[in-house]
Write a protein that binds this ligand. Structure first.
Ligand SMILES: Nc1ncnc2c1ncn2[C@@H]1O[C@H](COP(=O)(O)OP(=O)(O)O)[C@@H](O)[C@H]1O
Ligand SMILES: [Mg+2]
Length: 480
């Protein structure tokens, strides 16, 4: 990534520099042409003014030649040449005729003035006008202006040529400068860019090294956050939050496994113990065998209940528990549950009452909701002492169905009320076992709450004190 960033950065820089250099070069070249042209025109005007002054009244050809000679002597520049042509474009005089012996190295060979490009330039200007053009030849070519002028009744032509050699030298200098400056800037910028990329990516490298060391066994470790406000800080924070969630769910999973195996161990131990006792003596009475088998049956039932509850929760956690939905009446479901719990209540001399309510048409999984109600009614009977009373009702309130199960038990201690929906939680696990209570494993309320939530509802403990507890399930009317 460092290299890629640097390459991208350098490529963009090269492009920008090249475009900039190109634009600058073009601008300079255009400027140079303009200033050359205006200089040429000035030279031509000055030359003609001098010729005019020398000419006075003698408008014959020898007179013009004499005047031109004077003007040439006056306007002598190393890289400028003057050429006068007669009306039929034959050379009358050039500034180079007398230049060979002045000791200065000239930019012009006389052959230029008869070359085809020169003729083309001369042809550019019409009568009474002037024109600019380029002429190939010499070291770097020439720029020229053609100007017609009248002497007496004849129209002559003046051509002023300026060598482009100096201009080309300047251009070459500029190109040379770019050729040095651009690679130099590039090397500098690439090195700087690489250094910066390395520096700004260093925390990422450090983070990935740290992250690479974190596994299930050290899930409590976190990435170091250097600056909470920058992007990498955010990344590290999000990653740490992800680790928090994973850690929590790993913990939960571990606890769940530990609790589950603990719960399963007790009935399995009882089963084994019972079988061992039965087998330890050769002869046993039928009653003794029956008694043992009854215990085995009860424990096996308990075991299968726990396993089934665990299976339900596992599927619920994975979001894979199917809801078989249909239309039914909640109030009828409540009545059914009360009817099937009657025997249980009778055994404990508990009055189980169903308060009459209105018709509550519902759309949901009837089997699961029946299980939820049975869990609540079963708890109420289980945790209410002999002679108590359990009331079940189903009504409409605040635009939803409210299903309540209230009892006259001892209630749940206030500080533990928050935990009763946790998996494997029982208020007094030890005592209920000693009492010979063969209750569940503390999964009943978790499952009941999940069932309510799976139907877009909720399950709460609405009241619990010394006079008893009230559990309420809130279910939406006609959930989708
Ligand atoms: N109606 C109730 N009255 C008093 N305590 C209750 C009542 N319902 C539930 N509890 C408490 O909540 C705990 C969790 O209930 P539950 O999840 O059904 O587990 P389980 O019935 O297997 O013990 C119970 O162990 C009990 O201590
Ligand atoms: Mg229960």
């Amino acid at each position: 990534m460092r290299v890629r960033l640097t390459l991208w950065y350098s490529a963009v820089l090269v492009l920008v520099l090249l475009v900039l250099a190109g634009a600058m070069y073009l601008l300079l070249a255009r400027n140079a042409v303009q200033s050359t042209d205006s200089n040429l025109l000035e030279q031509a005007d000055a030359f003609l003014t001098t010729v005019d002054a020398e000419l006075q009244s003698d408008t014959t050809l020898p007179g013009l030649v004499q005047a031109a000679k004077e003007a040439i002597a006056e306007h002598r520049f190393r890289d400028v040449a003057f050429v006068i042509l007669d009306p039929s474009d034959n050379i009358v005089i050039t500034s180079e005729d007398s230049a060979d012996n002045d000791g200065v190295r000239r930019e012009f060979r006389r052959a230029i003035f008869t070359s085809a490009p020169f003729q083309t330039l001369v042809a550019l200007a019409g009568p009474g006008t002037h024109a600019f053009g380029n002429v190939k030849g010499g070291r770097d070519g020439y720029r020229g202006v053609v100007r017609r002028f009248a002497v007496g009744s004849h129209e002559f032509t003046l051509v002023v040529l300026q060598s482009l050699h100096r201009q080309h030298e300047i251009s070459k200098g500029i190109v040379g400068m770019f050729a040095v400056v651009i690679p130099f800037a590039l090397i500098l910028a690439t090195a700087g860019g690489y250094f910066l990329a390395k520096k700004s990516l260093a925390p990422v490298v450090a983070m990935s090294t740290q992250a690479g060391r974190i596994s299930a066994s050290n899930l409590h470790e976190r990435l170091k956050i250097h600056n909470e406000t920058d992007e990498l800080g955010h990344l590290a924070k999000s990653f740490n939050q992800l680790l928090n969630r994973l850690d929590a769910s790993f913990d939960q999973q571990h606890r769940f496994m530990a609790d589950a195996s603990h719960e399963l161990r007790t009935p399995v131990a009882i089963l084994r113990g019972e079988a061992e006792v039965s087998l330890s003596r050769e002869a046993r009475s039928q009653d003794e065998y029956r008694e043992s088998l009854a215990i085995v049956k009860a424990e096996a039932g308990r075991l299968s209940q726990i396993v089934e509850d665990l299976f339900t929760l596992a599927r619920a956690d994975a979001g894979q528990h199917p809801l078989v939905k249909c239309e039914f009446y909640l109030d009828e479901l409540v009545l059914e549950a009360v009817r099937s719990a009657r025997a249980l209540a009778l055994e404990k001399e508990i009055a189980l009452v169903c308060e009459p309510g209105e018709e509550c048409l519902f759309f949901g999984d009837e089997g699961l909701l029946g299980r939820m109600i049975m869990n609540l009614v079963g708890n109420a009977i289980k945790y209410t002492p002999r002679g108590g009373r359990v009331t079940v009702s189903c009504r409409v309130a605040d635009g939803r169905y409210v299903l309540t199960v209230s009892d006259t038990g001892a209630g749940i201690p206030a500080e533990l009320q928050a935990c009763i929906f946790d998996r494997f939680f029982r208020v007094d696990a030890a005592r209920s076992r000693e009492d010979g209570d063969k209750g569940g494993a503390g999964l009943g309320l978790s499952i009941a709450r999940w069932i309510a939530e799976a139907h877009q509802g909720s399950l709460e403990l609405t009241r619990s004190d010394a006079n008893g507890s009230v559990f309420s399930a809130f279910l939406p009317i006609f959930p989708s």
